[in-house]
Design a protein around this ligand. Structure first.
Ligand code: GMT
Length: 378
C-alpha cells in the first residue's frame, strides 16, 4: 500500500506511535509518506520505502496566526496526487482529522478517492478536543473519517461519552519494538548514578500538568525516607520549573537528576528499577510500556487506559489519582526485596511482549485494507 502519515513530529506519544508504525509498515514493504512540519524525531534511519514531505508555510504580514491547516491541506493534496496514495492515516484529531477531510474533498473534485483513517490518541479527546472551541470540528471530522481507531478501550468509551459520534471506533493499542526496547547491560552507567547500590526510580513525560510530576517527587520523597534511592526525571515541558522548585523545597536535589529530553531512552530504562506514572488522564501510557519492555515495573494512577496495560500486583500497582501515600507504599513493597523486584521485572517484560509491534502491525494492515475496500466506509 502507498500510505500517507500525518502526525506531530515531536517527542509526544502520538508522534512516536505514528513514526514507529510508519517505519514498521515500510519494513513490511509498504511505501510510506510522512507529511509533517519537521522531520519526526523517531524517523532516524534511511529506508527506500520512506519519504518525508515537509509542510512549508508562506508567511505574510497580515497573518497574526500562521494558517498551518491550509498549508498542510495543500501539501496533502499534492502528495496524494503525485504519489498516488491509497490511504491517509492521521494521528491526533486536532487539526489533522479536519485537514484530512478538506484534502479528501478537494481530491474528490479531481476524481481521486483518498480514504482517511483517524487515530485518536488521548488529550485530543479527553482534554483539548472536548473544549467548546474545538468540539464541533472534532465531532464532524471523526464522523467523516472513513475509519477511526483509538489506542485503548477507555479512550474509545471517552470518545463516545464526550462527542456525539456515529462512527464505529476500533481499538488498536499502542505497541513496542522489543528489539529496541530491551534491558541492556549498562552497569557502568548505573554505578555512575547510583554508586552505593541505591534503587533507581524513573519518570519520563512532557512535564505537562496532566502528568502530575509533582506526585512523582512526593512518592520519591516518601520512598527515600525508607530506602536509599535516586530519581531520574526525563523530558521537559511547562511544569519543569515548578518541579525543580519542589525538589529544592523538599531538600532532594542531591538525589534527583533532571536529564531533559533523551533520544536513547532505553539506555536509561535499562538501569532503572521502577517507573512512576501518576497521570491525571492517560489514554494508554506508552511511556510505561517502554519501561516495562526494559523490565521496569510500574507504579501508576488508575486513570484512563492504564489498567489495560499495568496489572495490579503483577507488573506493578495502581492507585487513585493523587494518592501519593498509597503509591509510595506500593513502591516500597516492590523495591524492598531483591526477590520481589526480580519477579515484578520479569512480569513487566512478559506483559510488554503482548504489545509487540509484530502482533499489532497486522491489525493496522487489516484495518487499512477494510477501509480501502470500502467495507468500513459510510
Ligand atoms: O501525553 C503525551 O505524552 C502525548 C500524547 C500525544 O498524543 O502526543 O500521548 C497520548 O498518546 C499516547 C500514544 O497513543 C498514549 O500512550 C498516551 O497515553 C496519550 N497521553 C494521554 O492520554 C495524556
Amino acid at each position: 500500500m502507498r500510505i500517507g502519515i500525518v502526525c506531530y513530529p515531536t517527542f509526544g506519544g502520538s508522534g512516536v506511535v505514528a513514526t514507529e508504525l510508519g517505519k514498521a509498515l515500510a519494513g513490511n514493504g509498504h511505501r510510506i509518506h510522512f507529511i509533517t512540519y519537521s522531520q519526526p524525531v523517531r524517523l532516524d534511519f534511511f529506508s527506500e520505502n520512506i519519504s518525508y514531505h515537509e509542510v512549508t508555510i508562506a508567511k505574510y504580514p497580515l497573518f497574526d496566526y500562521i494558517p498551518y491547516e491550509t498549508a498542510l491541506t495543500s501539501k496533502l493534496v499534492d502528495v496524494a496526487m503525485f504519489e498516488g496514495l491509497d490511504i491517509l492515516h492521521v494521528h491526533y484529531a486536532i487539526p489533522h482529522a479536519s485537514v484530512a477531510y478538506m484534502a479528501k474533498q478537494i481530491l474528490a473534485t479531481k476524481g481521486i478517492r483518498l480514504p482517511v483513517v483517524t487515530t485518536l490518541h488521548g488529550t485530543d479527546i479527553t482534554l483539548v478536543g472536548k473544549d467548546s472551541s474545538y468540539e464541533p470540528v472534532v465531532t464532524f471530522a471523526i464522523n467523516h473519517s472513513d475509519g477511526v481507531t483509538a489506542v485503548s478501550d477507555s479512550l474509545r468509551q471517552d470518545t463516545y461519552t464526550n462527542f456525539p459520534i456515529t462512527k464505529p471506533v476500533e481499538v488498536i493499542p499502542n505497541f513496542i519494538d522489543l528489539q529496541r526496547f530491551s534491558r541492556r547491560p549498562k552497569d557502568h552507567f548505573r554505578k555512575a548514578i547510583a554508586p552505593d547500590g541505591e534503587r533507581l526510580i524513573v519518570h519520563t513525560s512532557n512535564f505537562r500538568k496532566v502528568k502530575r510530576v509533582q506526585d512523582v517527587v512526593e512518592v520519591f520523597n516518601r520512598v527515600r525516607k525508607e530506602i536509599p534511592a535516586k530519581l531520574l526525571l526525563i523530558g521537559d515541558g511547562p511544569e519543569r520549573h515548578h518541579i525543580e522548585q519542589l525538589c529544592r523545597d523538599l531538600g532532594l536535589c542531591d538525589d534527583i537528576r533532571f536529564l531533559g529530553k533523551q533520544e536513547l531512552i532505553e539506555e536509561v530504562l535499562s538501569i532503572s528499577d521502577l517507573f512512576i506514572m501518576p497521570s491525571e488522564t492517560e489514554s494508554f501510557g506508552l511511556a510505561a510500556l517502554e519501561a516495562m519492555a526494559c523490565q521496569v515495573p510500574v507504579i501508576s494512577s488508575n486513570a484512563g487506559g492504564i489498567p489495560e496495560l499495568n496489572i495490579q500486583g503483577v507488573t506493578g500497582y495502581m492507585s487513585p489519582v493523587g494518592d501519593v501515600e498509597d503509591m509510595a507504599a506500593n513502591a516500597l513493597r516492590i523495591l524492598k526485596s531483591d526477590d520481589t523486584l526480580k519477579t515484578f521485572k520479569s512480569a513487566a517484560l512478559q506483559r510488554a511482549s503482548e504489545f509487540d509491534i509484530k502482533r499489532i502491525l497486522p491489525l493496522y494492515e487489516a484495518y487499512y485494507e477494510g477501509v480501502i475496500s470500502g467495507v468500513l466506509a459510510d
